[in-house]
Design a protein around this ligand. Structure first.
Ligand SMILES: *Cc1c(COP(=O)(O)O)cnc(C)c1O
Length: 405
């Protein structure tokens, strides 16, 4: 799954370029940087590789979402429809711009259920934010049609799906804006980092200014530049961008290993008729960072998780139903709206309302799903052994279940 597994001389060399000039900042210092502009170079290469017209690097995926939402004009009173199964960063970003995160159910794609999205639309809805979880995509045709009909903006949280595609287009470049995270465990890493991609120049220009204190970056004296609006500091450093450049150059290699290992593990698990797999709207576009599989019932799934734990083979297998980072069931801080700073009473009430709705439809999906992280470093033998141990654990539970019935 993550690029850090294959750290190499390529990353070292890129970082050394920056260390040698000592210019760790992405702006200014034109003379001493001796032509080294890693952040700029990475933005250009992202556009070339992913097919976006504009890319703005920032300090994290969370910062990318926050910046994108601001650039889309999302704020006070606005509602952002997002899935109940995602990483906490998705709602953190919505809250950071003062908007309301409206969590809705996922379906068997593990991403936004288009029907649940439709049902959640109100006059306050501004953005639909699908999250391409665990490496594969939401049903973007259906979501785009909804956005078009209701005049909503589509923001793709593609942080976990770098290199995935939908009908030939790269995930993250299909909506009005899209984001990647380059944190340490993502498909490619900068250590910490993120990017906003868009084909809309006005959105890009806002992202560019917002992520650097509102500077408009016109002219050559950044300190003296006008500020068309208030911004923040979400800048990426040259050191981080340097790592990202090396990793992007290796993305094709990472993806091909992921796809190979994913297919091999899937073949082994598929020998058990009771094991099913996540529905993927465009299977050829799966980035294959995870293999998401399921069992017929929540009870069986929980028992398999316990059995895998008992056998010491649970590492790298995520049962998100019991995980407090990725699924609404355990987002107690959100459900109670616990913040360090006071929120407007109106926002607080809405947060609590939306986080405490009925998510039994999602429970029925997430409670049966196990996502296995695909490593880039497995040997063929390790993979086979891993898959066979998983199959043994599943079969044991199925047998026990049959006896008790
Ligand atoms: C990782 C992740 C983020 C946030 O990225 P950071 O770089 O860790 O801030 C946002 N959304 C999803 C779905 C993620 O997996």
């Amino acid at each position: 799954m993550p690029g850090f597994e294959l750290w190499s001389d390529a990353e070292r060399k890129q970082v050394t370029d920056v260390i040698e000039t000592g210019i760790l900042m992405r702006y200014n210092f034109d003379g001493p940087r001796k032509g080294v502009w890693k952040a700029k170079e990475l933005e250009q290469e992202i556009n070339t590789y992913f097919g976006s017209q504009y890319a703005q690097l920032v300090s994290s995926g969370t910062a990318a979402l926050t910046t994108a939402l601001s650039a889309l004009g999302v704020g006070y009173g606005d509602e952002v429809i997002m899935p109940a199964f995602t990483f906490v960063a998705s709602f953190e970003a919505v809250l950071s711009v003062g908007a309301v995160p409206v969590m809705v159910d996922v379906d068997d794609t593990l991403t936004l259920n288009p029907e649940a999205v439709k049902a959640a639309i109100t006059p306050k809805t501004k953005v639909v934010m699908p999250v391409h979880m665990c490496g594969a995509m939401a049903d973007l045709d259906a979501l785009q049609a909804i956005c078009k009909e209701h005049h909503l903006l589509l923001l793709e949280d593609a942080c976990q799906a770098i290199g995935g595609t939908y009908k030939g287009k790269k995930l993250g470049t299909i909506g009005h804006a899209g984001t990647f995270s380059f944190d340490f465990v993502k498909t490619i890493t900068c250590g910490e980092g993120g990017v906003i991609m868009t084909n809309d120049k006005a959105i890009y220009t806002k992202c560019d200014g917002y992520s650097d204190h509102g500077h408009d970056h016109i002219g050559h004296d950044r300190g003296a530049e006008p500020h068309p609006f208030i911004g923040y500091n979400f800048r990426i450093s040259e050191l981080h961008a340097a790592v990202g450049l090396a990793q992007l150059h290796r993305l094709n290699e990472f993806l091909s290993i992921q796809k190979k290992n994913h297919a091999a593990l899937k073949n082994i698990l598929a020998t058990v008729p009771e094991i099913g797999f996540r529905r993927i709207p465009d299977p050829s576009g799966d980035s294959c960072t995870f293999l998401s599989w399921n069992l017929p019932t929540m009870e069986l799934t929980a028992a398999v998780v316990e059995e895998m734990k008992a056998q010491g083979i649970l590492a790298g297998n995520f049962y998100y139903y019991n995980n407090n980072w990725h699924y609404i069931r355990k987002w107690d801080h959100l459900k109670q709206s616990v913040t360090l700073n006071a929120l407007s009473p109106e926002l607080k009430e809405k947060i609590i309302h939306h986080a405490n709705k009925d998510f039994s439809a999602s429970d029925a999906i997430i409670g049966r799903n196990i996502s296995t992280a695909i490593s880039l470093t497995w040997t063929e033998e390790q993979l086979k052994e891993k898959g066979e141990k998983m199959v043994t654990a599943v079969k044991k539970v199925l047998q026990q279940q049959a006896v008790t019935l």
